[in-house]
Design a protein around this ligand. Sequence first.
Ligand code: NAI
Length: 364
Amino acid sequence: MNTSSKRYPEASGSANRVRLSAPDHELVTLVRDPAAGYTGIIAVHSTALGPAVGGTRLWRYATLDDAVADALRLSRGMSFKNALAGLPFGGGKAVIAGPAPTEPAAREALMRAHGRAIEAVGGRFVTGEDVGTTVHDMEVIASQTAHVAGRAGGVGDPSPFTARGVVLAMEAAAALRWGTADLAGRRVAIQGLGHVGMRLAELLQARGARLLVADVAAERVGRAVSELGAEAVGSAEVLAAECDILAPCALGGVLDQYSILGLRAGLVCGAANNQLADAGAGDLLHARGVAYVPDYVANAGGVISGSVDIAGWDRARMESSLAAIGDTVRAVFTLADDAAIPTWRAADQLAEQRLSAAPDQRSS
Ligand code: NAI
């Protein structure tokens, strides 16, 4: 790995803990613990609405610059997601530069080092699971810091809540698009039958939707076909499937200038983070008349479930916040209509308004 960080100059710090300067971010620290094989980045985009909440991603990046860029992009996204979900959380993200150790003891040492790095941020950042990390990792991190959610014994796996939120978003958007929230008979193409996608498929099947499903893991497709009566579609074909609704639930960046030209869905609403390859893709969707529920609006159910562990909310309050995802979709689509702008821009505008209206709790 390239250990320089050219785009984000080191502003201050010691050899193993450096503060990076990044525009728009309150705090970005790069921490190394050579004995534990640890290089981590903790990015706090905003604490205007509360402690910055965001998962810890463990990923093998080509360069350290890539890891920093990912942390910055994801932490900003968490600020917007948390603000629009009405949560008392700011936005942050942690990234551990992989590869992940294969030895359990080495992995635990890595997670302990990460826990110490989070503890040093002094409660301004609270983490949870993300790509590449597990509930067990959170337990290990918790041996070093209290600023961690998603531990065993808490609300647990956020994925079922994420899937429920996607359904609520889909129903709200369907009502705006077709005049009815009823998904019975709608053809919904799901890309990715993982933790969220499979649960989403079950919820949609229970509502009478007709499912088209794709996954690179053939056994998951087989399960959806045999248990849910879904129709299998190739992973390469799913984005262009003949359907009413496309639900990307696998990878980011799937909506680009090329895939959008092939879309036959009238509505896109799924769980995957960062579905738009770039801003131009969001504008092209709009120009083509495809209704798009911004990903961070549709997939907020997971972080909303974290409010029980992190903010001490009771289940009823958490459930009403989950139910409000439909209201957020309506607010975003109404602003987009009124201002004649794409929905992704409307969502960003609403989130920025909420962030700038919050009392400034930031410290440097
Ligand atoms: P997962 O890793 O459990 O599932 C992803 C699925 O996509 C896997 O079954 C995988 O085989 C499949 N897949 C990978 N590449 C594919 C391809 N090219 N074509 C078709 N299928 C492919 O992940 P999970 O937790 O279900 O999350 C799905 C997406 O939703 C991710 O983008 C994640 O960041 C996002 N998300 C998840 C949340 C959660 O609560 N789990 C919360 C918010 C966002």
